[in-house]
Design a binder for this molecule. Structure first.
Ligand code: PDD
Length: 277
């Protein structure tokens, strides 16, 4: 199986990562996940743009242009013959003797990417999933797709241990997003999600959903909402590259629309399906 190492496609077992890579020691890097449907990348341009932007926000310069990275990724998908799956990519500030201070300019960033076969989570999409509410204990730059995911992992684990799919996070009662997804409520026909500030990751799926709402006269508001509003919503859903438009049928034990995905969520799912076909 092949992977991308910097600007090359290589055998996975030929790649060596330094134990003093700053990604490994400090989480000093950023990442992206892009979906592959039927051998084709979905919203690749948007993901790559965000990748370059996340890198820039932490002062890492991706050492080659977006077009070249896209070409490499497409080549990797072909070589690995991925039909339905995803590509994970990350860039770190490189390897250098451990020191919090940024290394000297000669230190080269390390970019790696690999493909994975993943099917669509069809039964979860059909039946909906359960979530819990958890404290958002992350930093104040959640707009950066940083490798530092400890608070996200702790929140996800908490959900998993309660038999749930996701933790919906809040800061002082204001819902921000999921541990690895964006979160939405629907009340009286209106879709609401947290504005794209430094407190959330502006999901690419979120941006697709916003456009679909706009094109289909579904009222869509980028407005903050509270945990109380979440629990009083008519419908709840989350979104991400791998979860798509995922209905949430229960939050902290509170059941929505009789435990079945709601009508507007269903509508958004079918609109989303048209996009990925
Ligand atoms: N997670 N918010 C957070 C904190 C995320 O980690 C993600 C994605 C999203 C949704 O973004 P998008 O629609 O662009 O996938 C929102 C990815 C899939 C992951 O970490 O695996």
């Amino acid at each position: 199986v092949k992977i991308i190492y910097n600007d090359q496609i290589m055998d996975k077992n030929k790649v060596q990562i330094d134990i003093e890579d700053r990604g490994y020691q400090f989480g000093d890097g950023v990442y992206e996940v892009i979906r592959i449907y039927d051998g084709q990348l979905f919203t690749a341009e948007e993901h790559l743009t965000r990748f370059f932007s996340s890198a820039e926000k932490i002062k890492i310069v991706v050492p080659f242009p977006k077009e070249q990275l896209l070409r490499l990724i497409k080549q990797l998908i072909n070589e690995n013959k991925v039909n339905n799956g995803s590509i994970y990519m990350q860039i770190t500030r490189g390897a250098s003797p451990r020191n919090h201070v940024f290394p000297s300019a000669e230190t080269k960033p390390v970019l790696t990417a690999y493909t994975k076969v993943v099917e669509r989570p069809e039964s979860a999409l059909e039946n909906g999933v359960e979530a819990i509410v958890a404290d958002d204990i992350r930093w104040l730059r959640c707009d950066i797709k940083s490798l530092n995911l400890l608070p996200n992992l702790l929140a996800k684990q908490q959900a998993t241990e309660k038999g749930c799919y996701e933790s919906i996070l809040h800061r002082d009662g204001t819902v921000t997003e999921g541990s690895s997804s964006n979160a939405y409520i629907i009340k009286d026909g209106k879709v609401k999600t947290h504005p794209a500030t430094n407190l959330i990751l502006n999901g690419i799926t979120r941006q697709v959903i916003a456009r679909l709402c706009d094109e289909n006269q579904i009222p869509f508001y980028e407005e903050v909402f509270t945990v109380d509003e979440l629990l009083a919503a008519d419908e709840v859903f989350i979104s991400s590259t791998t979860s798509e438009v995922m209905p949430v049928i229960r939050v902290d034990g509170k059941l929505f629309s009789d435990g079945k995905p709601g009508q507007i969520t269903r509508k958004l799912q079918s609109l989303f399906l048209e996009e990925i076909k």
